[in-house]
Design a protein around this ligand. Structure first.
Ligand code: DQA
Length: 143
């Protein structure tokens, strides 16, 4: 069972900078992840929050709740949240970091991720497909 987490401002997908993030909504993304989960034979739970503390609690509780891995798009928290980094490194589940846009092709401040080093890996710039690739990795890693 995989946990898909989206952080701050990702509830604005479809409305927010469509030239960067596309015209599909968070609901489209979550339905897509569930459909991919069904195809890959893995249950998927999707959650989004604009609040750092809420994301930390979901990560802290994930293993106890029976999840086997986490795909996370931390939004801008990626670039500065040591609390998020510590929450990821302070638990046992494998985590894959995903960004819809190519963060390395954007502003300088987006080139730095304080969370990627404590994740299994980072996928950036492949749109929604990055979530699927993260899910596939975690399913493979489980086997
Ligand atoms: C993002 C990239 C971040 O720099 C940005 O703050 C976001 C979205 C992405 O999915 O491309 O909110 O994580």
């Amino acid at each position: 069972m995989l946990l898909i987490l989206n952080g701050p401002n990702l509830n604005r997908l479809g409305l927010r900078e469509p030239g960067v993030y596309g015209s599909q909504t968070l609901e489209d993304l979550e339905r897509q992840c569930e459909a991919w989960g069904a195809e890959l034979g893995e249950a998927v739970t999707c959650r989004q929050s604009n609040y750092e503390g809420q994301l930390l609690e979901w990560i802290q509780e994930a293993q106890e709740q029976g999840f086997s891995g986490i795909v996370i798009n931390p939004g801008a928290l990626t670039h500065y949240s040591y609390a998020l980094r510590d929450a990821i490194s302070g638990q046992q589940l494998p985590v894959v970091e995903v960004h819809i846009s190519n963060v390395d092709a954007r502003e300088e401040f987006r080139h730095r991720s304080v969370t990627a080093a404590v994740c299994k890996g980072k996928i950036s710039g492949l749109g929604f497909l990055g979530y699927r690739l993260g899910m596939e990795y975690l399913i493979e890693a489980e086997a």
